[in-house]
Ligand binder design. Structure first.
Ligand code: GCW
Length: 618
């Protein structure tokens, strides 16, 4: 292994020394973490570990001087990390029992075997380079510790767009996958393999038609062979019939017919088939006013509710379009009744600043859970924000998102607490003088970003392909179904009953809320409605004036984030300070570009002058 490719990496929120030896079981890992962690934090009470079968949960008995953590396997390790976290945060240690809310707490890497990462903003892949596996085992152990310390228990290694030679991860390259599974197993982490629906055709079959007997048998045989060497494999993930990927529709079958064949191959081994619902027409014509992209997932999957096998998990993006800066919750998450559902989030900041701009996600997730009834989903997944960069996520502060994400998967109630503050204390020390300021910056970051980005629920005003930086009409005449149709009078698409009818996909209460301009949350006004520039908002401003104001404010707030950071120079490690400073300087430039290009764009169309007479370039 060429170690020089992997020079160093930070300890993120685990500041104590990593155990020297690789553990072979989670119990061993738990003891090693405790030994190093308790010494680091100078904790005086004795702590022992005792076996008790509580699934992935654990029980802490703090009634005597000696604290006892009861658990088994990963449960014991989670208990150890939990205790260490409480100690690090200076919280009172009490007797209690904890169980995770969701059994599958997943992280998806969109890594390609050439070493690139699709929508990756933190350097190259942690797993691959030059079309082969290429990694630093020590770093992957650290990665395992990080994930396990927040309860993430399942990962995919390779991109849902399966690019060669990754289609062979399930056959020729399987022995290499086994090594990663072995390395991460002691941290309670299981692998999911991202497979190509057309895999049988890469292996000599004439078709991948899911109803063809030879195809059915091929999946059964291949799956059995995989379980021989990875008996605890969590299952498969498939992106089918989406953005040019093959799927059942390619063969004239529906999504359930396709998913069930793979699910039945996994069933004897207890595996889960994770089937993505990101299916839409990506060859749309902008002249077509009827097809409306947000309607797509619901239209494809709702009619099939009840037809998916019980080990199929439908993985649904949080919004109905595609991880835009502001979207309503996907109606499919709220309306499917007879299918297992997983919520899919995106830590990778594809549309939310690409780990250059600060964008902390806790409040966004809270808004999702505000409308999502507790039992509606049975698993959570997120696209990761990690790569080979020294600080893991490119932007040091973006690690707060990964931390909060893991905590959310374990129990969404954590969103009521200040995860930003917790992360900051764990990372920089409980008494670090910068804690308050960093937590404040994180919490304000999303509003700031939204102010200078695409306004009021409109998405896709970005540079095509890269998705960073403003380009109001970058996607306006494209094939991707991403239009806002601004003219001199109005902006937006009418998605109410009088328009494309998208609002009808929601349960009655939300439908009512979104249907009417006067009750629709203003942040999403232009998502649901076509609105004239002179429409009067709640506070009396016109819609276009609100856009101008937001963009001026957003750029000012980005500048203020930079000024806040500069004051922390002596309170933080020099390398962290310098890296984040460089990011914030870029963010300021980005925010100004968004401000000026967006304001000019709508000024040119509307002809409306800024009420405050600020500079809008002609
Ligand atoms: O948002 C789009 C991204 C693609 C991604 C796709 C998906 C992996 O731009 O890069 O492909 O979503 O979620 O499948």
């Amino acid at each position: 292994m060429e170690q020089s490719v992997f020079p160093k990496y930070t300890k993120a929120w685990l500041p104590y020394a990593a155990p020297a030896a690789a553990p072979s079981t989670p119990e061993e890992a738990a003891r090693a973490e405790l030994d190093n962690g308790l010494a680091h934090y100078g904790f005086a009470r004795p702590v022992s570990l005792k076996t008790e079968s509580l699934g992935e949960g654990y029980r802490i008995d703090a009634s005597a001087e000696e604290i006892v953590i009861y658990g088994q396997g990963a449960g014991m390790l989670y208990g150890a990390f939990y205790l260490l976290r409480k100690i690090a945060l200076g919280q009172e240690i009490v007797s209690e029992t904890q169980q995770p809310e969701y059994a599958l707490r997943m992280l998806n890497h969109w890594d390609n075997m050439d070493g690139t990462v699709e929508r990756g903003y933190a350097g190259r892949s942690l797993f691959f380079e030059g079309s082969r596996f290429h990694y630093d085992p020590e770093r992957l152990r650290f990665y395992g510790r990080l994930l396990s310390s927040v309860g993430i228990n399942t990962i995919t290694l390779n991109n849902v767009n399966v690019h060669p030679p990754a289609q062979h991860l399930i056959d020729d390259l399987l022995p290499e996958v086994v090594k990663i599974a072995d390395l991460l197993r002691p941290y309670g982490i299981r692998l999911l393999l991202t497979v190509d629906f057309a895999a049988p055709t890469y292996n000599g079959l004439a078709t991948a038609d899911p109803l063809d007997e030879t195809v059915i048998q091929w999946w059964k045989d291949r799956t059995a062979a995989i379980y021989q060497v990875i008996p605890d494999l969590a299952g498969f993930v498939v992106k089918a019939d989406s953005e040019f990927r093959p799927g059942p529709i390619t063969y004239g079958r529906n999504q359930a017919e396709g998913a069930n064949v793979l699910a039945r191959a996994l069933k004897p081994f207890g595996g889960t088939l994770v089937w993505r619902c990101f299916v839409y027409n990506c060859r749309q014509d902008w002249r077509d006013q009827k097809t409306d992209r947000p309607c797509a997932a619901y239209n494809t999957f709702m009619p099939l509710d009840g037809q998916f096998d019980d080990n199929v998990l439908l993985q649904i993006k949080n919004g109905p379009v595609d991880f835009q800066v502001r979207e309503p919750v996907s109606p499919l998450l709220l309306t499917l009744e007879k299918s297992n559902r997983a919520l899919e989030l995106q830590l990778a900041q594809e549309y939310t600043g690409q780990q250059i701009d600060l964008y902390y996600m806790q409040e966004m997730w809270q808004e999702i859970f505000d409308v999502l009834p507790r039992g509606n989903i049975s698993a959570i997944c997120s696209v990761t924000n990690l790569g080979r960069d020294e600080n893991w996520a490119g932007h040091d502060l973006a690690m707060a998102n990964l931390y909060a994400y893991g905590r959310l998967c374990w129990n969404p109630d954590c969103l009521k607490d200040d995860m930003a503050r917790e992360w900051t204390q764990l990372t920089f020390g409980r008494n670090c003088a910068a804690v308050d300021e960093i937590a404040r910056m994180l919490h304000s970051s999303r509003k700031t970003y939204q102010k200078y980005n695409a306004p009021l629920g409109i998405g896709f005003m970005v540079e095509p392909h890269v998705h960073y930086g403003p380009n109001p009409e970058g996607y306006e005449y494209s094939l991707w179904g991403t239009y806002m149709r601004a003219d001199r009078n109005a902006i937006g698409i009418d998605r109410t009953a009088a328009g494309t009818g998208f609002t009808a996909q929601y349960p009655a209460d939300l439908q009512k809320l979104y249907e009417d301009k006067s009750t629709c949350p203003e942040e999403m006004l232009l998502f649901f409605h076509r609105v004239p520039y002179d429409y009067v908002m709640e506070d009396g401003r016109t819609m276009v004036q609100r856009i101008y104001d937001d963009h001026f404010e957003g750029a000012e707030e980005a500048q203020a984030l930079l000024e806040s950071w500069k004051k922390l120079e002596n309170q933080l490690p020099a390398d962290v300070f310098a890296r984040v400073l460089a990011k914030l300087e870029k963010q300021v430039v980005n925010a100004r570009n968004w401000r000026d290009i967006t304001n000019t764009y709508f000024h040119r169309y509307s002809g409306a002058e800024d009420a405050k007479g600020r500079v809008i370039y002609p």
